[in-house]
Design a protein around this ligand. Structure first.
Ligand SMILES: [Zn+2]
Length: 689
């Protein structure tokens, strides 16, 4: 289920435009000098003299603010921004001592940013319209307009126009520690000011940005072209175990096929073979010639390849060379983030806003829980054999539906013959979920439904004059059940987006802390889809199975995340390593995590399987977002379960984008915790056999 929040769409830097602009501007930048020394042209003696003189003018009462503002500006001022005299003049002309003027300036900036962000969202949506909305055949020009992206220039333009420096001079940039330490005592206005100032915590030169972009593109290409032709795999006795034409991408495709084998007769040897392939990808013992190649047979156990004039030489650690490229590109940006000097800092303290030690503890709590252990035992009984490492993808906790898919399709297609009807019925849908008529009508007036080319997505507005958009696909003859189920998910996103923009006290706090929070609401809507269709299906077993399935899969991804985190720390400790050294370290880290947390549940010492995830290579420490997201989502869903979804959701959405932990404390009355997930697994373990 993919969803477009405003933040995501703004972060999506358009490839083509970025590259063109960077190439054009590289010579200019080089002349101006783009290295970190720019900041140091304002030496500390000079800065001190500016502060002293400002204190003389504005009074000692303002000392603290002056010092904060001037040093914050110093960090980002470059030669092209002006001479030291210009710097000093700017400080004197723009430092605001008068409380009333500060208030007015803040209000105007809030309006300005609602417009900047909101108009960029709107522009972006319009330029992508023909690619995303079903408007007939796509024309070549549609791809060109879709690549036009003003957003990628906005940050630097805000520095150039000195808006950024005004903010840095007058508002304090708090780091995550301070937000956690003082945030609960701050007023909403304090929070909004903090978010305003935090827009300017970095000024990364465009050539450094371009290198990062290139490294991710290259890693992405590597991953996206890493397919295994399953028919070519030979078992020990020379048999093909998979059907002709089955081509699977690593690791998603391989993993999903492995999962599907739980439902198939004789799936065990196929699961084991996929597992073996994964191991060879991790260790890079896989013959290079079998990757993305339909023409070569490969006996996996012995690594023999069959074909004319081919070599069986191994993949030359390309997997790890790509990861290393990503690391080096991100590391080059470190000096430009004074508050977040490593990429690990940026992922945890800037993007996620949950400290790394807190995240790690959540994972350890899950992985060392009795519930994880007992669920493992239960799976062993259900499978009637000893567990294998690949059983981290056990697929058997599933309930059965009262209605089959055909029956559901019929009900849905009659009820929703086209997109227009789905839109008209939004108030009715929302009222079934517990919203009163007034709120349902209000939400309806802010959500537009468009026919999607893809499966569907939700796109929030960025300013209050705009509307959220729900994209859904309705085939000829009416909506089908799958489409309806996804549309309900997207409606959940849209309702969150609308509440957290329109009903928020400060638009600078618009939104939710991160995607986990909006996903929680989307899944709640999606999970009540049968209710909307007027089908009541109370199946307690299904709830229990869901809880166990959640726990098992969150544990799997938590283990994978610990490997990802360990590998990034290792790279920072060994910045000059070779791909081969990185490979060995990754394997060691994966084994350690396995032996510590998974071996007690699944056995098999030294399994390396946790290192197979492709996101580890091409997503830059993104993996921990999954388990953290599931944990938060579960907490919100559990809390709302026996309450009115409508009132609770509106209350929660109005909290806005404060830190995740403070948000969840106000929303459900406790910190981020794995306890609700463990509790429901505990309950389930009593009933499921
Ligand atoms: Zn979603």
């Amino acid at each position: 289920m993919w969803e477009f929040t405003k933040r995501i769409s703004l972060l999506r830097v358009s490839t083509v435009i970025l590259i063109i602009f960077t190439i054009l501007s590289i010579s200019i930048i080089q002349q101006c000098g783009n290295k970190i020394q720019e900041g140091t042209m304002l030496n500390n003696t000079f800065i001190k003299s500016v502060i002293d003189e400002m204190e003389n003018k504005f009074g000692k009462d303002n000392s603290k603010r002056i010092k904060t503002g001037v040093t914050q500006m110093q960090k980002f001022w470059r030669i092209e921004d002006g001479t030291p005299e210009d710097f000093e003049k700017f400080c004197f002309d723009n430092f605001i001592a008068d409380k009333e003027i500060i208030d007015k300036s803040f209000e105007r900036l809030e309006v300005a940013f609602e417009n900047i962000d909101g108009l960029l969202v709107e522009l972006n949506r319009n330029l992508q319209w023909n690619l995303q909305v079903d408007t007939g055949p796509i024309l070549p020009v549609d791809y060109l307009t879709a690549n036009f992206d003003l957003a990628s220039h906005v940050d630097e333009d805000l520095y150039k126009s000195k808006v950024a420096f005004f903010i840095l001079l007058n508002f304090k940039v708090h780091n995550l520690d301070e937000c956690i330490k003082y945030g609960e005592k701050w007023s909403r206005r304090d929070w909004a000011e903090t978010r305003l100032a935090q827009k300017f915590t970095a000024r990364v030169p465009s050539d450094v940005k371009q290198e990062i972009h290139k490294a991710f593109i290259s890693a992405d290409n590597y991953i996206n072209n890493y397919n295994i032709y399953m028919h070519n795999l030979l078992s020990e006795d020379g048999k093909h175990l998979f059907p002709e034409g089955l081509k699977l991408i690593s690791h998603w495709g391989l993993r999903d096929e492995l999962k599907a084998q739980y439902d198939k007769e004789g799936g065990f040897p196929r699961k084991r073979m996929i597992y073996e392939v994964m191991g060879k990808i991790i260790s890079q013992e896989i013959p290079e010639v079998v990757i993305n190649n339909p023409d070569v047979d490969w006996k996996v156990s012995t690594n023999e390849v069959y074909g004319e004039n081919i070599s069986s030489s191994k993949e030359p650690d390309t997997r790890y060379a790509n990861l290393l490229k990503v690391f080096n590109a991100e590391k080059a940006a470190d000096p430009y983030y004074p508050l977040y000097p490593t990429f690990i800092d940026r992922r945890f303290n800037m993007d996620r806003e949950i400290p790394e030690n807190v995240v790690k503890q959540l994972f350890v709590d899950l992985l060392t829980s009795k519930e994880f252990q007992k669920t493992g035992k239960l799976i062993e009984e259900r499978l009637n054999r000893n567990l294998e490492p690949f059983d981290i993808w056990y697929n058997g906790f599933k309930g059965e539906s009262v209605y089959n898919e055909d029956e559901l399709n019929k009900i849905v297609s009659e009820k929703y013959p086209d997109v227009k009807v789905f839109e008209e019925k939004i108030p009715e849908t929302l009222m079934k979920l517990g919203f009163d008529k007034e709120t349902a009508d209000f939400l309806h007036s802010k959500i537009e439904v468009d026919p999607a080319r893809g499966a569907g997505h939700a796109m929030g507005a960025g300013r209050r004059l705009d509307k959220a958009h729900l994209r859904t696909r309705v085939p000829e003859g009416g909506m089908n059940y799958k489409g309806f189920n996804i549309a309900m998910h997207e409606l959940g996103h849209n309702v969150e987006q609308t509440f957290s923009l329109y009903r928020i006290d400060h638009t600078l706090l618009e939104g939710v802390p991160n995607t986990a929070f909006t996903e929680a609401f989307a899944f709640m809507f999606q999970g009540r889809d049968l209710e909307i269709l007027g089908i009541s299906e109370k199946d307690e077993d299904k709830e229990y199975l869901k809880a166990l399935n959640q726990l098992w899969s969150v544990c799997e991804i938590a283990g994978v995340s610990l490997v990802d985190m360990g590998v990034w720390h290792w790279m920072y400790d060994h910045p000059d390593c070779t791909p081969a050294e990185l490979k060995n370290a990754t394997i060691e880290i994966a084994k350690n995590v396995w032996n510590k947390y998974f071996y007690p549940v699944l056995g098999h010492k030294d399994a390396t399987i946790l290192a197979i995830y492709s996101h580890m290579i091409d997503a830059g420490l993104y993996l921990p977002d999954y388990p953290v997201g599931y944990i938060i989502q579960f907490q919100i869903e559990e809390y709302i379960k026996d309450k009115n979804l409508a009132t609770e959701m509106e209350r929660m959405c109005k909290l806005g984008s404060i830190t995740p932990d403070y948000w969840i404390k106000q929303a459900v009355g406790e910190s981020i915790s794995v306890e609700p997930l463990l509790k429901s697994a505990r309950r389930a373990l009593k009933f499921i056999h």
